[in-house]
Write a protein that binds this ligand. Sequence first.
Ligand code: PGA
Length: 252
Amino acid sequence: MIQTSTLPKLIAGNWKMNGTLAALGELDAIAAAAREHPGVEVALALPATLLAPAAARGTGLAIGGQDVHHKPSGPHTGCLSAAMLGEAGASFTIVGHSERRADQAETSAMVRGKAMAANAAGLKVILCVGETEAERSAGHAAQVVRTQIAESMPDGASPDWLTLAYEPCWAVGTGRTPTIEEIGEIHRVARAQLVELIGEGGASVRILYGGSVTGDNARAILSADCVDGALIGGASLTAAKFVPIIAAAADT
Ligand code: PGA
């Protein structure tokens, strides 16, 4: 039987390079919705500059970073360590987002190092994988995802701190999504591989789907095989768009 994680569904937002202090008002309504649906875990990956002010707001929402350096300190201009994120209020960080894999040429080996550095500093991790459009058209989506998972998998991976996110690159920010069957197909492959790689715990690692999730399609996507939540970019920027996705997760 294909197992779905027994952990609560996780609805995670990723604000990317959006939001200044003025945007933090959105957190209050998002936090209120999270309190209304205690069976759903809600998290927001914010620009690093907003972590401390968001934490000071005291909404109780889990907040996190969008990337982290693989080293604890050193001459790495512009980078942030896991301890720095944690001190600013982060409880987790995203690693390996397709925009960083593409724009900063991050490899799976680098992503693995980042995940391990985050865990060493006590941060939870959302690790992203996903194929490009050309890879899907060539029929290689599942194999590409398998390779990325194998090469990115941190040592000591456990459902206590690791979440996987399947985000087809061509669906991120485009308004296009795979079919529900296609999503289920990759999530089943990822689930089997997690069990293969880390044993029993692999059955409980949450696998999120990400890429153009909205209030309109969330219910169907969250009902697909082995989908344990969602990672949301554009539709996480305002409570008006994000709250319906939290509500959909509460119903599925
Ligand atoms: P999107 O982004 O929801 O805007 O497609 C998803 C993501 O990058 O996590």
